[in-house]
Design a binder for this molecule. Structure first.
Ligand SMILES: *[C@@H]1O[C@H](CO)[C@@H](O)[C@H](O)[C@H]1NC(C)=O
Ligand SMILES: *[C@@H]1O[C@H](CO)[C@@H](O)[C@H](O)[C@H]1NC(C)=O
Ligand SMILES: *[C@@H]1O[C@H](CO)[C@@H](O)[C@H](O)[C@H]1NC(C)=O
Ligand SMILES: *[C@@H]1O[C@H](CO)[C@@H](O)[C@H](O)[C@H]1NC(C)=O
Length: 821
């Protein structure tokens, strides 16, 4: 008797492994007689080979979990975990399906660590589907979509295409995502992502039980706060609201693309990711939610305030409103008090009107009501006017000709303004007097715009004429010496290839607008690219184009963005670059949320990288190159946050001993241009040094040079830092999101920065000496002299005091000056 027991156990073990060996050859189902042991061969593989189910340990952990991961992604990427909160400490785990269809994860003592509900089936079978769904069904129900249980109803941290996030209103079952506790622990962490049903349902990110970021209601095309979700050829997001459910999901048109949405366990951000095959095998981020600080639920700008994601100051009042507490607003200390009406509403006399605010992310809809029966916006307006507590209305669904109406009955909070072409219209109720005032001031500002536009147009015209004459002379010279055109040593792409690579320049692929035209993201075979398409009308652009091709084609440095090729066809001119997944430095630096991911170490690394790139341009490359437009938005960041200098459209090439140039056409970005360049058109390597100094100080303080505004005494950041430097309090200027830093390193950088921005160009150091300052611990740095302050001649341009409502353009102090001297 006692001898028989071990024998029996051995027997069972052998039988099991025999079963398991047969399973490992591509089987996708499991029946109650075939439990899965924690041995390498024991996995389920979905029919098309896309997903695998089995036991795994996360990176940096020895605990064992049952999970599902992609089979053809070389980095093990787990999309679902069964026993996330109760790991198996050793290799003794067992996954089994019991006879009535309950799925169980247990350890060697038969302690149940996780189990599904018990659907009471007659002959249950477990199957891993090719979309990543793990289902329990009756064995006879092959191919049917009736499942007794499915993992898609119990998501962990990942939303796969076809999975639903949100509510079944009948069963009140809610599917939300909850982040892993850390990358080595799948247990439920602090961050979650899901749908809030109040008012017009919205998607939020939570930290614990607190809402942290609001991504907004669905407007028929995208989540109001995430215009990147606009439908396009590759991906389609959807949001269903009906009597039975409120759910968000997405689908991928091209099944060969491997996509997932996941909560980052460290930041709590939602990331839409795509697996890039080929050499650079990695997950690349396509969508990040939140997009910026303005998505935070801590209402930054308060009631009736508007948040400008890429601007400083960040908050403004809606037209017809002014700050409740003007002092707090002026000092940009605390804007959360929000704004109040210039004139109270006059509901009972029925004179109120509506102000249209375009390009917004809709205000919080938690307390709004939606009426789907309203066909036209006029009905919507009438209905809002009829109720004295109605504060605003908007289209509930903007797809097609639009339908439905959202009405707000509370102060409007959490409005964000996108750039033109994004966002939707919001109609805000204001008193008649204010509406009239807005109309007349609107006319006034239009007049100013017309004057400015026409004088710029005249200048442009004169410049064009001058250029044509110059070009004509130049072509004469060229015909004698053809080599100028032939020297380009780069692949030439044909137009059709680029059209295909960028989905016909689809708006969803647009990365931004550069100085000379839009930039698109594209894909050439396995490689991601950025395509700069020069505006067809810009003759100037065409010269810049050749300039850029010639100057950058020869350059090879890890801190310069790499040009892969170019395209010339009819009037199309395009430059094809390597794609930089993290975008430009300004998107991080001047955004409170993203700035947090730039600690001192990475900022230091960025500063040093830019310095190396610039050293190469000034001294090391075959040619001497002056960039002339160095600024935060021209520094791109690769996946490891290494900086690369981009945009050589204005670069000047020097050969021989010429080191100072002069131009009649001063082009660049205010705040980065050196005084001698703005005043006299004189540029040299020292003008790049000036820009580099400004950039360095911006990186340390997280503030824009111009547009930075503390009080009337300081017109720009340089002046502010200079004042603090003289008073020995310069550490006060450091960005609070920088985290721990080495004081000596930071002080050295500020000192070098101030040396770079000195007024006299002879005083500024060269790139070679700057790099040697870093290399040499013992160098005694000079005390900087007064910086060159470049301020607009008309002080009203920077004085935001007299400006109750500043339209977005008046805040944009990054301008290009065309000077026809
Ligand atoms: C909601 O749940 C009920 C009960 O589980 C189910 O019968 C129904 O099909 C579900 N509805 C949707 C839309 O999934
Ligand atoms: C997410 O879902 C779980 C399970 O349904 C629930 O306990 C939790 O409260 C939800 N979290 C949020 C923020 O809705
Ligand atoms: C309505 O208009 C009349 C005159 O036009 C004015 O005297 C009165 O104060 C207004 N009522 C309200 C509530 O503002
Ligand atoms: C105005 O709308 C609010 C919210 O829907 C409602 O509670 C209130 O009764 C309405 N007032 C009138 C006069 O219809």
């Amino acid at each position: 008797m006692t001898r028989r027991i071990p024998f029996l156990l051995l027997c069972i073990f052998f039988n099991l492994t025999a079963v398991l060996f047969s399973l490992s050859y591509g089987g996708d189902t499991l029946t109650p007689t075939q439990p899965l042991l924690d041995i390498p061969e024991a996995t389920l593989i979905s029919e098309g080979g896309t997903f695998v189910l089995g036991f795994f340990s996360p990176v940096g952990s020895r605990n064992r979990y049952v999970g599902i991961w992609f089979s053809n992604v070389s980095l093990q990427t787990v999309v679902w975990v069964a026993n996330r909160n109760r790991p198996i400490p050793d290799g003794s785990g067992l996954l089994s399906l019991n006879t009535n269809g309950r799925l169980v994860v247990s350890d060697n003592n038969s302690v149940v660590l996780w189990s599904s509900s018990s659907p009471a089936l007659a002959s249950p079978v477990l199957q891993l589907l090719d979309n990543g769904n793990l289902v329990v069904r009756e064995a006879g129900d092959v191919g049917s979509s009736r499942y007794a249980w499915q993992s898609f109803d119990f998501p962990t941290d990942t939303l796969l295409p076809g999975m639903k996030l949100g509510w079944n209103l009948t069963s009140r079952h809610n599917r939300n995502l909850t982040a892993w506790a850390s990358i080595s622990d799948p247990a439920e962490g602090n961050y979650s992502f899901g749908i809030d049903l109040r008012g017009d349902p919205q998607i939020f990110s939570w930290v614990g039980t607190q809402q942290q970021f609001r991504h907004g209601p669905w407007n028929g095309l995208y989540l109001s706060g995430v215009p990147e979700m606009m439908p396009y050829d590759v991906l389609e997001f959807s949001f269903v609201i009906d009597g039975e459910q409120v759910v968000f999901s997405y689908s991928v048109r091209d099944p060969s693309l491997i996509r997932r949405m996941v909560i980052n366990p460290t930041s709590g951000y939602i990331e839409g990711l795509l697996w890039t095959k080929g050499i650079s095998q990695s997950w690349s981020t396509r969508i990040t939610m939140p997009g910026d600080t303005c998505d935070s639920t801590i209402s930054l700008c308060g009631p009736y305030g508007v948040c400008y994601p890429n601007d400083w100051p960040r908050c403004n009042c809606l037209p017809g409103f002014h700050p409740r507490n003007p002092n707090d607003w002026r000092l940009v200390l605390n804007t959360s008090g929000g704004c109040v009406r210039n004139t109270e509403l006059d509901c009972h006399n029925n004179t109120d009107g509506f102000m249209r605010q375009s390009n917004v992310k809709l205000p919080d809809t938690s307390a709004s009501t939606v009426d789907w029966s309203m066909a036209s916006l006029d009905d919507c307006q009438i209905s809002c006017l009829r109720n004295c507590s109605c504060t605003a209305y908007a289209r509930a669904n903007i797809s097609g000709s639009g339908r439905g109406c959202i009405l707000w009955f509370t102060p409007l909070t959490d409005i964000k303004l996108f750039g033109s072409g994004s966002g939707q219209d919001l109609f805000v109720r204001v008193a008649d007097v204010d509406l009239k005032a807005m109309e007349s001031s609107g006319h006034q500002s239009r007049r100013v715009v017309i004057i400015v536009v026409s004088s710029v147009a005249t200048l442009t015209f004169l410049t064009l004429v001058a250029c044509c004459i110059w070009k004509w002379k130049k072509t004469e010279n060229y015909s004698k010496d053809e080599t100028g055109e032939e020297a380009i040593n780069l692949p030439l792409f044909d137009f059709a290839t680029i059209v295909h690579a960028t989905d016909n320049f689809s708006s969803s692929n647009k990365l931004g607008e550069g100085g000379f035209g839009p930039v698109y993201k594209g894909r050439l075979k396995e490689q991601e690219i950025a395509v700069k398409r020069l505006s067809k009308t810009s003759e100037q652009g065409s010269n810049e184009f050749k300039n850029e091709v010639v100057s950058i084609a020869e350059l090879q440095h890890r801190n310069l963005v790499r040009l892969l090729g170019y395209c010339i066809e009819a009037r199309e001119r395009m430059l094809i670059y390597e794609y930089m997944p993290n975008g430009s430095l300004d998107k991080f630096l001047f955004d409170k949320v993203r700035a947090r991911s730039l600690d001192w170490k990475s900022r230091y690394n960025i500063i040093i990288g830019i310095a190396r790139g610039l050293l190469y341009l000034h001294h090391d490359s075959r040619l001497r190159i002056i960039h002339r437009d160095l600024k935060a938005s021209n520094i791109l960041l690769d996946e490891d946050m290494n900086p690369k200098i981009s945009d050589f459209g204005l670069a000047k090439i020097f050969d021989g001993n010429e080191i100072i140039g002069r131009t009649k056409r001063v082009v660049g970005t205010f705040g980065y241009m050196s005084p001698e360049y703005v005043k006299n058109g004189v540029y040299s390597m020292k003008s790049d040094i000036f820009s580099f100094g400004v950039l360095m100080l911006e990186i340390i303080t997280g503030k824009k040079n111009i547009g930075f505004y503390i009080s009337t005494e300081h017109l720009n950041l340089l002046e502010h830092i200079w004042t603090l430097w003289k008073e020995d309090r310069v550490l006060e200027a450091i960005d609070e999101s920088i985290g721990p830093f080495c004081v000596a390193e930071v002080l050295k950088c500020i000192n070098i920065g101030l040396l770079c921005v000195q007024e006299q160009l002879e005083d500024r150091p060269t790139m070679a000496s700057i790099v040697s300052f870093w290399g040499n611990e013992t160098t005694q740095l000079l005390n900087p002299k007064r910086p060159g302050f470049v301020v607009p001649t008309d002080p009203s341009e920077t004085n935001l005091d007299n400006c109750k409502y500043c339209p977005i353009s008046s805040n944009h102090l990054s301008i290009t000056i065309l000077e026809g001297r």
